[in-house]
Design a protein around this ligand. Structure first.
Ligand code: ZN
Length: 218
């Protein structure tokens, strides 16, 4: 079992499922040659792949092209199904930054064959999480920038309001497909600027100076 503690509270959540949205920033969809979707693209990651800020991402032997995807992550605080937009908004109890590390070479092969992306997305250490902020204390401001530096150089930087589907819309949509439960995490998609990491890289993700995540690649 892995858990999330919400900063400045004594609330702790066991992580349930990890639901991810793909292609949620138009410029990221086009940089990988994908169409902008009319509904969010949804896939899952495993809890066993989770590490925390300060940890080490381990390159699997079967890939030479691991990419960073820096994302806003939502923590669900209550069970919901077929939610309306107000319930969806209320169910988001906290937010953090995450890295959805992706084996792009493996994923490209899977896409060609029409296979699921699981093995490109669920390898051990592929999901990195920051601390989480309590939304009712630190409201999420979509004018904020999320950014990723590698070895101190900015590689991804974008405003959260460039998301095609906003947090409550994503939660509402996912809740129409599957029940969301307390402790579930939602990765909201990555902005433009994804790229390869190599062994020895130091990654630092920041959301408007409040939230920070650091890790290294081995
Ligand atoms: Zn992603």
């Amino acid at each position: 079992m892995k858990s999330i503690k919400i900063h400045n509270t004594n609330q702790e959540f066991t992580i349930g499922k990890i639901v991810c949205v793909g292609r949620n920033y138009a410029e990221h969809a086009s940089e990988l040659g994908n169409e902008v979707p009319d509904k969010p693209v949804v896939f899952l990651k495993t809890v066993s792949s989770v590490i925390y800020s300060g940890g080490t991402i381990i390159y699997p032997s079967y890939s030479n092209d691991m990419h960073h995807e820096t994302e806003l992550v939502l923590l669900i605080g209550e069970s919901l199904k077929n939610a309306d937009i107000i319930t969806a908004e209320r169910s988001i109890i906290a937010y953090g930054i995450g890295l959805d590390m992706t084996l792009r070479d493996v994923q490209s092969e899977l896409k060609k064959k029409g296979h699921p992306w699981t093995i490109a997305k669920c390898f051990d250490t592929s999901t990195v999480l920051s601390d989480f902020l309590y939304k009712f204390e630190h409201p999420l401001n979509l004018d904020e920038f999320i950014l990723l530096k590698i070895n101190n150089e900015v590689r991804q930087k974008d405003q959260l309001n460039k998301m095609l589907f906003k947090p409550a819309e994503i939660v509402q949509y996912i809740s129409s497909l599957m029940t969301l439960e307390k402790g579930d995490l939602i990765f909201t998609g990555t902005p433009k600027g994804v790229g390869k990491v190599v062994s020895g890289d130091k990654l630092e993700a920041v959301l408007d100076d409040i939230l920070k995540l650091e890790c290294i690649v081995r």
